[in-house]
Write a protein that binds this ligand. Structure first.
Ligand SMILES: [Zn+2]
Ligand SMILES: [Zn+2]
Length: 313
């Protein structure tokens, strides 16, 4: 495994000038370290996942600590860069909840460590909620977790208000790397929930600590990630099970022959319901819809160019 994948976030108030400076500084890292990945910056902080050669990782981390303070890094490894390039984007919200007034601070708010999480999960009265999207839940989740069945994180507040969960219930929430829960917990408190805890560092931190401490794994399946690895297994290694659906960017494992060009492809179960998506790529789907005559020349390309973003890590 020759590439290290690192993610972190930090809620911290930046003025617009500082956001501009940081945008320039981060873009320079492509030359300094050959970093690739996606950084989302804004007035409320930074959210990112990047990849780098392992022998340069500590140097890069020192730089980020210098800029952003004592952040928690989540590490995993893979054979090659899971991003094409380095991108820095400026957004109003560094994780999109459509609730800009919810502003987490850089002080940990009701975080629990993976070890505490493991203990609390044993309490039969506790409710565990997965704050991620349905396609993420579908390929892996904590045993017994509630699935809000949302298409995007912005729908979580609405789901919660209709959930009927008692306000005094002890609730544990989790997401991939922790950032969604920072906002979800504020939303829950605003809606009157008083006894909520969030898993520090999310599933990625849990799986990493589990390997060190060797406790029983309560996370079943694989963890979706927002880059070309698609998902990581319980040892944080890139999935051997899923590809990225070329049409919708969600985890896919249905093998097909492209009805346009004849090549082998893998698409997701949802897209199989639409005939133009029995194709290897958006390009072939387009030509199929236009009624272009099939060339039927098999190629080795299986189309792994779906939409990837780390917007809601
Ligand atoms: Zn799909
Ligand atoms: Zn095709």
């Amino acid at each position: 495994m020759s590439i290290q994948v690192i993610s972190f976030y930090r809620f911290q108030t930046f003025d617009p000038d500082r956001v501009q400076e940081l945008t320039v500084e981060i873009a320079k890292l492509r030359g300094d370290f050959n970093i690739r990945g996606l950084f989302i910056l804004g007035a409320e902080g930074v959210n990112c996942t990047f990849s780098i050669a392992p022998d340069q990782a500590d140097q890069a981390k020192a730089k980020f600590r210098n800029w952003f303070g004592d952040v928690t890094f989540k590490d995993s490894f893979c054979a090659k860069h899971p991003f094409d390039d380095l991108k820095v984007k400026v957004r109003d919200e560094i994780v999109t909840a459509h609730r800009p007034h919810l502003r987490p601070t850089n002080q940990p708010h009701r975080h629990i460590s993976p070890t505490e999480w493991q203990q609390k999960m044993n309490d039969p009265d506790v409710v565990v909620i997965d704050t991620r999207n349905r396609y993420e839940y579908d390929i892996g989740h904590f045993q017994g977790a509630l699935n809000p069945d949302t298409r995007e994180f912005g729908s979580f507040p609405q789901w919660l208000s209709k959930s009927g969960l008692p306000k005094d219930k002890k609730i544990l929430i989790y997401c991939t790397g922790g950032i969604r829960c920072e906002k979800a917990i504020l939303e829950m408190e605003e809606q009157g929930y008083r006894d909520v805890y969030q898993l520090d560092g999310g599933i990625l931190n849990y799986l990493s600590e589990r390997q060190k401490q060797n406790f029983t794994n309560n996370f079943e399946g694989e963890c979706f990630v927002f880059d070309y690895r698609v998902a990581v297994d319980d040892k944080l290694a890139p999935t051997q099970t899923y590809k990225l659906c070329p049409h919708c960017g969600q985890p896919a494992q249905e093998k097909i022959d492209c009805i346009q060009c004849g090549s082998n492809a893998i698409v997701c179960a949802t897209c199989l319901d639409e005939s133009d998506r029995h194709t290897c790529s958006k390009n072939c789907a387009h030509h199929f819809r236009m009624g272009h005559r099939s060339r039927r020349q098999p190629t080795a390309k299986t189309g792994n160019s779906g939409h990837v973003s780390v917007d809601s890590k």
